[in-house]
Each structure stands twice: as structure tokens, then as C-alpha cells.
Design a protein around this ligand. Structure first.
Ligand SMILES: Nc1nc2c(ncn2[C@@H]2O[C@H](COP(=O)(O)OP(=O)(O)OP(=O)(O)O)[C@@H](O)[C@H]2O)c(=O)[nH]1
Length: 701
């Protein structure tokens, strides 16, 4: 039997209705991306809504309301309403949604007309009910659609107005169509009042780049990024913007949406980190890395313009004392003032840099007359010699300057710096406080030094090092009481080189620790074969380089040295240079204390040569001090008085005194009269190799 109502008809012909509708929906632009399954689900939902409406008994009054579009809405969202909002989210336009309903109405009516049911009596009233039902579904669908649209507009509006970033939509001519609260507050205007205005019209904005970008985005439909600077009060605020073209339904750009973020702080902090990377924090001068850049540039420029330039390497003299005596802050203040004084001596086109510590460099460009460099270096030295008023005190220092000239002294930046540094060292060694140009003689000595450094690296492995022993005698009876182990280098050239001539090189090469250890082992091995002097064993003293006391006292290597010294069969004295007494190198003091606890005697070498103070002597546990040969040999009365004073003071502190470099009987007599305990020197014996020294001991005992 044919279905008696349209509701039944729809139920029985669902498959045919759906197929026809899907075929239609396929043609709609906004439904292109949907699968058949999605389209089917959607229409099945709508059909269910229509069918439910058709089957619902209705009064005449309800029908009248529905016909006027005034039917009350169901308490819960109907099927059609839910589908309406879902379609919106899926991107279907209102236009297409209405077309879908029209197509549905047309296909159902066509199929129904073709069916026999049209002839039944119920047909006309069914037709009326059907039209009402489909109108109802359409209006519910649109309500869902528009409510969702309103809601999303509200949400986006809240989102945009709460954002600190600028959000705006511009027309194709870069005029504002929409502006969020951030844009409005930037201009102090209501968002609606901004409509039609350009960024540049409302405040001091540099709009040119933005206009160009809007034009380009309209032309090529691509996104654009850029920066916009706006003057706000006394400040300039920089925004980084992103522009995205908005396309209409025909794919044409109808507007350009934009967001912009305040990047003023980020730009400032990027500039600050760039500054930190290139400038010294303390003096604000270019640092080592920027100086190298400028030097490289200057080398290229000098080669191009054919004019030499000079590199001055400045090292302050006695700066460490400023730190030690007046504190690190005073040292910092002096460095700043020194930087300012050096800077005031040069032209703006020259560069002053701080390489680190108390080292500065100056680039003097376009040198036409070398005497200008002389004058300038002299001027800088005068400025550095002028007392510095630091922390309420007057502090006096000086500077040493080494000068190298490009292109005559070096072919590249690193070599030029090395040359200036070498010249500076020459100044340091020659009394400080003056300047010197790099010379050919310096080059030769530097080359010889480099060659020696290379040979020294292999000297130990090639068994070229020797330990000699110089007897130390008691002045009271001339008996040998000990010996100083002295290092010699049996150079392949046949020369026997004294330690003094290569220990600094060994320090520089990082070989000092290894060599010290080797000397200690050799000395202890040799001393094991020495006879005793009555009940007293003969002691051996070994020199310890300054770097040997650097590093952590807890390191395993140092602990091993202490244990070896403590367990040695013969008493060992460690001779430390005078400077070590004043050393505040981390751990040096603790190491000296560890030595004292382990029973190792410590002797201060070359006492009186430098500026070691009595306070220095009391700071650490010492056994003895060794008078500097220059003091011992001094013939004049003042030096003799000093020797007497030092010996008296040492005895008062419980220290023994050894005189080094004793060459004459007169010197010996002066020392003996002053109460000096021991002596060594050519008067008694030079340094002997192990076998000869042992022979001498055996002969004497
Ligand atoms: N106050 C301060 N001291 C520093 C800074 N950088 C390095 N120093 C110290 O500067 C000193 C530099 O050492 P030296 O150049 O050997 O000292 P000096 O007394 O000038 O020695 P000479 O150059 O041989 O005359 C060291 O003691 C460092 O600890 C700094 O930024 N501030």
C-alpha cells in the first residue's frame, strides 16, 4: 500500500531523498570539503526534525503561529538548530544553508508528486504541514547558525579586547575598519572613532612601511611582517606587526587583518646583549672581541689607503698592589679612570680597548709621521703617571707600552698584537714606565725563545735535565749541613744552562710542575746515599715554582707530594720565591700550612731582593730565609747594616738564615759577625753533580 502521509513517505524514501540532496550539496562551494558521509549525517538529522514536526499533533493556533514564524522555540535545541550551528562551524555560509533547504524542499516535493500519494485526500493538508515543517527546520537551523555566530563574535571580541597586543583590520587602503581596545587606548579614542583612520593620522606613527606592506598583501595575497614605530608621550614604542589578507567569497582580498606586539623592550635588551658582547662592562670600552674586529678592519683599510697604523699595548705597572692595598673596588675605579685618561689622549677615529685585567690597547690609524706615535705614547704615560684620586686617597701607578706598526712589523692581527705585547714585555723587563717600539732584535729574541720552548718540551723525555747540588755550610765550623738541589739543562748544543735561564719558560709552557717533581725525585734519590753528619742528617733543599703552589690544596697530586716529602729519609726544605709569601693565590697559604704540619721545612729564597715584608714572614710557618746574593755581595755600609738587621729580625722570629752567593772571605766574615747561620757560594763550592757531591761528603765525614 502507498504511504498515507508525507511523514511516512519521507521515512520510506529516505535513501532516494538523501542521494538527490547529496548530489545537490556537492555543487555548493562551502560544502566542497565535506565527505558524503558528513553530508548524509547532516541531511538525515534535518529529515528526522521535519518528520518529528509532521507527526506532532498541532492545534490551529500553533499552526497559525508557525506560519507567521512565531512558534515558540523548544526548551532544548532542536535537531535542526544543532545542525545549523554545526554547519556554521564547518564553514557553510548562510546563503548555502538556505539553498540546501530549498533543494530539500524541491526534491521531496518532486518525489512525492511523482508518487501515488498525491492522489490521496490527505495530500493537500500534508503539503501545508510539510511546508510549515521545512520552514520551521530552516528557521531553527538559522537561529542556531546566527546564535553561534553572535556568540563567536562576542568571544572573539572579548579575546581581542583583553589582548595587550594591537589587533586591527584595515581596508585595502590601510584605513582602520576594526580596532581592538589596545589600539583605542594607544590613541586615547573609542574604537568606533578610529574607523576610517590610518595609523599615522592618529599618532606619530611612521606608516610608510605599513602602507607598503598592506599594498603588497593586497597584491600578492601573502602575509607580511614588519615594524611600526609610534611616538607615545616622550617615548618611542616599536611594534612588530603581522598582516594577513582576508579573502572574500570570490577569493579577492577585501581587507587585511593585523596584529602588532610591543617589542620595544625586546629590542632594547637585544641591543644591550649586543653591547655586552662587544664592550667591557667596567670601563665601557670595546672589549677584546670588538677590538679584534676593528683591528682586522684597520688592516684591510691600511692596506687599501697605503698608510701604516700603530698598535699600542698598554699594561699598568703595579696595578696588583692597588687591589691588594686599597681593595678591588678601588682597583676597578682606577681602571675606569685610566681608561678615561687614555681615551682623552687619542682622536675620535682611533680606538681604545680593554683586553682584560690591566691591559689596554690603542689603534692609531693613518700614521703619517712616526714621531706622532712617540708623542702620543709619551702623553699616555704622563697621564697614567699623574696620581689617581681613588677612594679619598692618592694612588700612583705607571704604565708600560709596547708598540707594533702595521705593515712593517706583522702581516696579520694576531701577529701584530704579539709583537706589541713582546715590546711591552721588554719594557717591563727594562724597568717599566716607558714605551718601546717592536724591533728586529726583539723578533730574533722572540724566535730564539720559541725555539728554546720547543726544545724544553722534550728535554725531560730526552734525559737532558740534570740535578746539581751546591753545598750549604755552617758558618760556625764550615761543615756541610745540607745542599741545594739545582736544576741544569744539558742543552744539545753542549751548553749547560742554569735553571734561572729557563724556569720562566718552563712556567709558560706549563712544564714547571712536572719538572719540579722530577727534581724532587732525583734529589731524594741522591740524598739517600749521603752520609750523616754525626746525628744530624744532611738536608736537601729543592726549589718550588710559584705555579706549584697554585691550584686546590686538596688535589690528589699535591697530597701525594706532601706524603712523599713527609716520608722522605732525609729532611727536605722547600725553597719558595719571596713573591710567594705575598701571594694570595687561592689555597697557597693552606698548602704552606699543610707543609708545616707534615714537617717539611720552608725557606724563603732570595730574601731582600724584592719587597717581602716582615709581616709576610709572620703570616706563614717558615723554617729559614735565604739572603739574596745581591745583598750578600753589597760592599757598602748600608747593605751590611740591612743584612745585620734582617738576620737579627729572622732570629727573633725563630728562623735560620742562609746567605747565598758568598764569594769572598770578607763577605763570610761580615755574615759570621752578624750571626748568620749557614752560607753557600763559590767561596765554599760551586754546584756539583750528584756523584761529585757525594764524594765530597764522604771525604769530609
Ligand atoms: N680591580 C680589578 N682587578 C682586576 C680586574 N681584572 C684583573 N684584575 C687584577 O689585575 C691584576 C693584574 O695583574 P698584573 O698585571 O700581573 O699586575 P701588576 O701589578 O700590574 O704587574 P705588572 O704588570 O708586572 O706591573 C691581577 O691581580 C688581577 O687580579 C678587574 O676587573 N678589576
Amino acid at each position: 500500500m502507498e504511504p498515507s502521509s508525507l511523514a511516512e513517505f519521507i521515512r520510506n524514501h529516505t535513501a532516494a531523498i538523501v542521494d538527490e540532496w547529496v548530489a545537490f550539496a556537492r555543487e555548493l562551494a562551502s560544502a566542497q570539503s565535506f565527505t558524503d558521509e558528513v553530508l548524509r549525517d547532516h541531511i538525515l538529522g534535518i529529515l528526522a526534525a521535519i518528520e518529528a514536526d509532521l507527526l506532532q499533533p498541532q492545534t490551529g493556533e500553533q499552526q497559525a503561529l508557525k506560519a507567521r514564524g512565531r512558534a515558540p522555540r523548544a526548551r532544548q535545541a532542536s535537531e535542526a538548530e544543532q545542525h545549523g550551528s554545526a554547519r556554521l562551524l564547518e564553514g557553510v555560509t548562510v546563503h548555502d544553508a538556505m539553498a540546501e533547504f530549498r533543494a530539500l524542499r524541491a526534491s521531496i516535493l518532486r518525489l512525492w508528486t511523482e508518487s501515488a500519494a498525491t492522489r490521496s485526500g490527505a495530500a493537500f493538508s500534508d503539503l501545508v504541514r510539510f511546508n510549515e515543517a521545512i520552514d520551521q527546520a530552516l528557521s531553527e537551523s538559522l537561529v542556531g547558525f546566527s546564535e553561534d555566530k553572535e556568540r563567536s563574535t562576542r568571544l572573539f571580541e572579548t579575546l581581542l579586547s583583553s589582548s595587550p597586543d594591537l589587533s586591527f583590520i584595515l581596508d585595502r587602503e590601510a584605513r582602520l575598519i576594526y580596532a581592538n581596545a589596545a589600539v583605542a587606548s594607544l590613541y586615547g579614542m573609542a574604537p568606533s572613532a578610529l574607523r576610517g583612520k590610518r595609523f599615522g593620522e592618529c599618532a606619530g606613527a611612521d606608516q610608510a612601511a605599513l602602507n607598503d606592506d598592506v599594498r603588497q598583501a593586497v597584491l600578492d595575497k601573502g602575509t607580511r611582517r614588519g615594524e611600526l614605530t609610534i611616538a607615545r608621550a616622550a617615548q618611542r614604542v616599536t611594534y612588530e606587526y603581522l598582516l594577513v589578507p582576508v579573502l572574500d567569497t570570490h577569493g579577492e582580498v577585501e581587507a587585511v587583518a593585523g596584529t602588532a606586539r610591543d617589542v620595544t623592550e625586546r629590542i632594547a635588551s637585544e641591543a644591550e646583549s649586543k653591547r655586552r658582547a662587544h664592550f667591557d662592562q667596567l670601563t665601557r670600552l670595546p672589549n677584546r672581541s670588538l677590538f679584534f674586529d676593528r683591528l682586522e678592519q684597520e688592516i684591510k683599510r691600511s692596506a687599501r689607503i697605503g698608510l701604516p697604523f700603530a698598535l699600542l699595548f698598554i699594561d699598568l705597572d703595579g696595578f696588583k698592589d692597588v687591589n691588594d692595598l686599597h681593595g678591588h673596588d678601588a682597583g676597578d675605579a682606577l681602571l675606569c679612570e685610566a681608561a678615561a685618561r687614555i681615551g682623552a689622549c687619542i682622536r675620535d677615529s682611533d680606538t681604545v680597548a680593554r683586553l682584560g685585567g690591566d691591559e689596554f690597547t690603542v689603534l692609531i690609524t693613518e700614521v703619517r709621521h712616526m714621531q706622532h706615535v712617540d708623542i702620543l705614547a709619551g702623553h699616555i704615560l704622563d697621564e697614567l703617571r699623574r696620581p689617581f684620586a681613588i677612594a679619598g686617597k692618592e694612588v700612583a701607578i705607571s704604565g708600560s707600552i709596547g708598540i707594533a706598526v702595521f705593515p712593517q712589523d706583522a702581516a696579520n692581527a694576531a701577529e701584530l698584537i704579539r709583537r706589541a705585547d713582546q715590546a711591552m714585555y721588554q719594557v717591563k723587563n727594562g724597568g717599566r714606565g716607558h714605551f718601546a717600539f717592536f724591533t728586529a732584535a726583539m723578533r730574533e729574541s722572540a724566535q730564539a725563545r720559541m725555539a728554546m720552548l720547543g726544545e724544553l718540551r722534550t728535554a725531560l723525555a730526552r734525559h737532558q735535565l740534570r740535578v746539581y747540588f751546591q753545598p750549604i755550610v755552617a758558618l760556625a765550623d764550615n761543615a756541610i749541613v745540607g745542599a741545594e738541589a739545582q736544576l741544569r739543562w744539558q742543552h744539545p748544543s753542549g751548553r749547560l744552562i742554569a735553571a734561572a735561564d729557563f724556569v720562566d719558560l718552563a712556567e709558560e709552557a706549563g712544564l714547571a710542575g712536572e719538572i719540579d717533581e722530577w727534581v724532587l725525585n732525583e734529589a731524594l734519590a741522591a740524598a739517600r746515599g749521603w752520609p750523616q753528619r754525626g746525628a744530624a742528617p744532611i738536608f736537601v733543599s729543592v726549589n718550588k715554582s710559584a705555579s706549584g703552589l697554585a691550584g686546590k690544596p686538596a688535589d690528589g697530586h699535591w697530597q701525594a707530594v706532601i706524603e712523599r716529602l713527609a716520608a722522605a729519609a732525609v729532611p727536605v726544605t722547600l725553597e719558595l720565591r719571596e713573591a710567594v709569601l705575598l701571594s694570595d693565590a687561592p689555597g697557597a697559604r693552606r698548602k704552606l700550612e699543610q707543609l708545616a704540619r707534615a714537617g717539611v721545612r720552608v725557606c724563603v729564597d732570595d730574601f731582600g731582593a724584592g719587597c717581602a715584608s716582615v709581616t709576610g714572614l709572620t703570616r706563614i710557618a717558615l723554617d729559614s730565609l735565604k739572603l739574596d746574593p745581591a745583598l750578600v755581595r753589597g760592599a757598602d755600609g748600608a747593605k751590611a747594616a740591612m743584612v745585620r738587621a734582617i738576620i737579627a729580625m729572622a732570629h727573633a722570629l725563630g728562623l735560620r738564615v742562609i746567605a747565598a752567593g758568598v764569594e769572598t772571605h770578607e763577605q763570610k766574615a761580615v755574615l759570621a759577625a752578624a750571626g748568620c747561620d749557614y752560607a753557600q757560594g763559590r767561596l765554599f763550592s760551586g754546584a756539583l753533580d750528584g756523584a761529585r757531591f757525594a764524594g765530597m761528603l764522604h771525604a769530609a765525614h
